[in-house]
Design a binder for this molecule. Sequence first.
Ligand code: IVH
Length: 682
Amino acid sequence: MDFKKNPGTQFKDIDDLDQGEAAEEAAALREGISYHDHLYYVKDSPKISDAQYDRLLKRLEELEDAYPKLKTDDSPTQRVGAEPVSKLEKVEHRAPLLSLQATLENEDVKHFLDRVRDKADSRSVQLMLEPKFDGLSVEVIYHDGKFEQGSTRGNGRVGEDISHNLKTIRTLPLSLKESDHLPGSLAVRGEIYMPLDGFTELNKKRVERGQEPFANPRNAAAGLMRQYESRNVAGKPLAIFFYEILSADGDIPDSHRRVLEQLRDWGLRTAPLNETATNLEDIGKYHAKLAERRDSLDYEIDGIVIKVDDYQLRDSLGARDRNPRWALAWKFEPREETTLVEDIVVQVGRTGILTPVALLQPVDVGGVTVSRATLHNESEARRKDIRIGDRVKVIRAGDVIPEIAERIKRPGKKRGDRFQMPGKCPVCGAGVTREGAYHICSAGLSCPAQLRGRIQHYASREAMDIDHLGEDAADQLVQRGLVENLADLYQLKESDLESLEGYAEKSAAKLHEAIQGASRVRLDRFLYALGIARVGRRVARQLAEAFGSLKALMNADREQLEDISGIGAEIAGAAADFLADPGNRRILQRLRRAGLQIEDMPAHRKQPLKGKTFVFSGALDGFTRDEARERVEALGGSATSSISGETDYLVVGDNPGSKRDDAEEQGVECIDEEEFRKLLGA
Ligand code: IVH
């Protein structure tokens, strides 16, 4: 057994080991782990992934649990975290940053509660329940209310100074709010995390620039926090929640509930979903509730933390092995699974981009069956080196599309061929051109896959909003040669539609009516509906507002397009190419001849909401989210999905989520639907 060379060695079932074999394996694991520690922390050039490292450490823990005699004081399992790297300054924490005992089992929660109750004698036990954030734990020190220093957890006793990076995080106050109880010196503990939408956006940019994407939001936050240059961190989507006071020279409240209130009074952001509890049933409900809400949150949580509220009781419970006995993490079922890559296919999207997709043996990842995962593009597929027949680890973050995190190395196992992008479009056989990281089918709309995607996009709600024209109908229309370009849609007769599989007289009539009904459209929607590469809704609106009419836009040259503020040269180029293409111009003409009326933009539109940023939470009566966003944008404002320092208004509808608490904490104005309507001038 050599875990230096073969970290992926398969483990035997622990029950099948005798004590001697277990001792031998534990020794080999310790040697392997300290070797990989050295590569990571001292040499700064790890040979194995964090996941593989965790697997070794976990196996060692399991062996030591099964055979407690194997536990030694110098075992890597006895460390609280990782040893800090040498390059950033080391900082000794004011108080140790302990870790949490964690479990997946209901039974352990019961034991935890029994023990706490035992210690409490006859006093009734108050508990606080909190989300367990999957981020990066930090200590932040304030001196006389001013930010002084912040550090990573490191090994729990000594961490790394990351003050320069922490200072760039907008939700971390640089000075605390005045208060009677402000200690001269205050050390607090919190969690740095990356909101999910920011994570998706950041990774997209990284891939486009040819950089490696981050494996998950936690890695992204941790990677950024350990940068030496804060300019690499400033402006990145990072935020913090605070959850404990580590030390204070002065009185602090004697219960956790009041400590959290105190933190908020000082201006330190706490988790919006905290609740109190007194019994197992409350805890179970909270666990189930958060597990359900997990996918709709804007940040990753991987369980709940159960904490004793009373600080005196906490003191008497004490700690064991670096874990306090007054807290327990009850984790959710992991959203990480391994499965087999059965095939890798290449899909062609509406803009002609070829995307490799791994077809997986279906596997349940935290409650969702996953059977495919995108490999994004050739360089991504090659970087991860995924091949048919590989075993891979699949992860799912929030409601983000499942990703293959990595392949599981199986030394000695013969593998399939390296993935290669086809030289020809797999759908139409046309040549493939390259643009940056992307491979693109050169056939344009004569490629059925592009055409089908284009039709679907044209009909989508934010575009022409044609009901009943979904993937299946679009596919059949293309397959049967009934539609060769968007203008053909308007020539379809009811009898043509009746010939589609699954369409009877009635449904064909409905579809026909829906298509014919989509005969008036405002210019910005129409431009978006055309599905021009890089022209999303925002750009379509900017183009439309700048030129007012399709005619003016078609007469504009590339330079004029580039002059519109906020539109880069590449986007202007893509739009100009599309509009100059004789084939496209013919289709536009045919669309108009078929009776499509493209409305000019209202001239000199007023922009009373210019510079204002809105966030929505909960359901509104009179608008869908998209409609509300459009209205705001039409008046010059913008809408984002999460509260930040830039937010001006939170519009609160029915059943608002946690954003409301966020807004209140950050002093963002909350308005209801009626006030929102007033702002719209409606
Ligand atoms: S309290 C030991 N509260 O979970 C008690 N930790 O080891 C002090 N974590 O590294 C920690 N959410 O980063 C606490 N609501 C929460 C937390 C939390 C996440 C992290 C923390 C720690 C890890 C477990």
